[in-house]
Design a protein around this ligand. Structure first.
Ligand code: SF4
Length: 115
């Protein structure tokens, strides 16, 4: 079964938890702060975000997403970003982010819309 977006009400695509003691947890968000993707659904997948790589106390390679605003900047923009990147999820290799950032699977260079 494939999920269908059958409503024109976009309210489910984002919210701001103004009672959260950590807000704003990521600096640089210019639009509505979207708390819906806390934590980011792309944490285990390849993504275009500016993450740093570190090794945790169990010896596992992890992403540090402190500097990433992509899942938080604007209700609709962050919703659309996450949906696009979950269309063809690719398990994260554990490698550092590249320059330019990882491209969305299925996109050819020059197609634009990294988000
Ligand atoms: S770098 Fe950004 S998009 Fe990538 S997993 Fe972290 S928060 Fe999500």
């Amino acid at each position: 079964m494939e999920p269908k977006d059958t409503t024109t009400n976009d309210a489910f695509k984002g919210f701001t938890n103004t009672a959260c003691p950590f807000l704003p947890c990521h600096k640089g968000v210019k639009r509505e702060f979207n708390c819906l993707f806390c934590y980011c659904p792309l944490i285990a997948y390849e993504c275009p975000g500016p993450y740093q790589v570190y090794t945790d106390k169990n010896g596992l390679t992890r992403k540090d997403c402190t500097n990433c605003t992509l899942p938080h900047d604007g209700y609709l923009a962050s919703w659309n970003f996450i949906q696009k990147w979950l269309e063809r999820p690719v398990i994260w290799s554990g490698a550092a982010q590249t320059t330019p950032p990882t491209r969305r699977p299925g996109r050819a260079p020059g197609d634009g819309d990294e988000e």
